[in-house]
Design a protein around this ligand. Structure first.
Ligand code: NQM
Length: 378
């Protein structure tokens, strides 16, 4: 085999919510996990701060991959495995899921023939492999075809697109086994008051003011604050152990959120670290989890968020580029909180369809039904 040849892998590049990355069918990738990870690193161009030799966007939000397969689970249409490809380290983390990339899974599954579209709206039941949870995405399919155009705008994405409603039902304790992995709504970590919580994403929720911050700083400003970042990382490592996640030094969970009183009529202001860089908005399951912390009696959010106690609550979570609304259906029994459902709106768009090329020295395409070795171009 010529050393310069490449392996061509069928791929759709998609924006899902405020994230972007290649979507693959699992059957087009190597079965072996180590080879798969090497393929994903090569595809994205990692490790390299510019990801110059791959399709990654040199930012954690654009260094994400979705791997989709038909599901054998009753009542589920497709399985979705999310992979966070580190930009500057040779690491692929499949520990957490990504609710933004999730928004692209329904349209991708329909367009790749895994789900048959109905007229108007096609509900796609998705098993989130990373967290063993289920989401139902309601994909607009007028006349039985996916449409991306519509009138919905989401913070962090220019323009308008078709709304995809996503319902989550069983996200509590997704990776930690319990909503409150330490059993407490409020803990003390490294001298700071914190709520350690997992409603779809393991998170450490802290008060910005406790760090001498307003919580309204720009992500760029926070990203250059080395002292703050070192302090947050020390807390994250301690909290990760207490949350049952083990040594989280090379994991992207838990994520860290600083909260402050809202500025624009919402319920809370946030600055979220994913986990080493400040998010330009907030992740989907991060918004669900931080929102849950806001409803939770006795959490670190008390005194910052006004108490909300209707059984269905619409929370507006402010972030650096706007706000993120999540609707919660909860049952509250004294201090006990049960989240029955959370729903939110995202948009997505297929950006490019074709073949992603990786050096054949990384993978020769064997065990895939469709990947093929491309001879060198002359
Ligand atoms: O929390 C960012 C994102 C995410 C994750 C990250 C997400 C979620 O905004 O569900 O969407 O964790 O790197 O895409």
């Amino acid at each position: 085999m010529p050393r310069t040849s490449q392996t061509a892998i069928p791929c759709t590049l998609m924006r899902g919510g405020t994230s972007k990355g290649p979507f693959f069918l699992a059957s087009d990738l190597p079965d072996d996990v180590r080879t798969r990870d090497r393929v994903l690193l090569a595809a994205m161009g990692s490790p390299d701060p510019r990801q110059i030799d791959g399709v990654g966007g040199a930012d954690p939000l654009t260094s994400k991959v979705a791997i989709v397969s038909p599901s054998g689970r009753p009542g589920i249409d497709v399985d979705y495995l999310f992979a966070q490809v580190s930009v500057d380290r040779p690491l692929v983390d499949v520990t957490p899921t990504c609710g933004n990339m999730l928004a692209g899974v329904g349209p991708f599954a329909i367009e790749r023939g895994l789900v048959r579209a109905k007229d108007a709206i096609t509900p796609v039941a998705i098993y989130l492999v990373n967290t063993a949870t289920v989401a139902v995405a309601h994909v607009p399919t007028p006349g039985g075809e996916v449409t991306y155009s519509g009138e919905t705008s989401i913070a962090g994405v220019p323009g308008r697109a078709a709304a995809i409603r996503i319902d989550f039902r069983d996200t509590t304790g997704s990776l930690c086994g319990a909503l409150l992995p330490t059993g407490n709504p409020l803990d003390q970590v490294d001298g700071f008051k914190a709520t350690l919580i997992d409603n779809g994403m393991p998170m450490v929720v802290l008060r910005a003011a406790d760090f001498g911050k307003s919580g309204y700083e720009s992500p760029a400003e926070l990203n250059t604050d080395q002292e703050l970042k070192a302090r947050l990382e020390a807390i994250r490592i301690l909290a990760g152990e207490r949350m049952g996640l083990g040594d989280v030094r090379s994991k992207v969970v838990p994520k860290m959120t600083l909260i402050a009183p809202p500025q624009s009529g919402g319920h809370v202001m946030t600055r979220t670290f994913i986990p080493h860089k400040c998010h330009s908005a907030i992740g989907v399951l991060m918004a669900v989890t931080v929102g849950t912390a806001c409803i939770l009696p006795g959490s670190v959010a008390r005194g910052i968020v006004n108490s909300l106690d209707a059984p269905v609550q619409q929370l507006s979570i402010e972030h650096p580029s706007g706000e993120f609304s999540v609707e919660f259906q909860v049952e509250q029994n004294g201090v006990e909180l049960k989240v029955i459902r959370s729903s939110l709106i995202r948009t997505a768009r297929a950006l490019f369809r074709g073949e992603l090329l990786v050096p054949a020295s990384i993978w020769d395409g064997k065990n895939s039904l469709t990947a093929e070795v491309v001879p060198p171009t002359r």
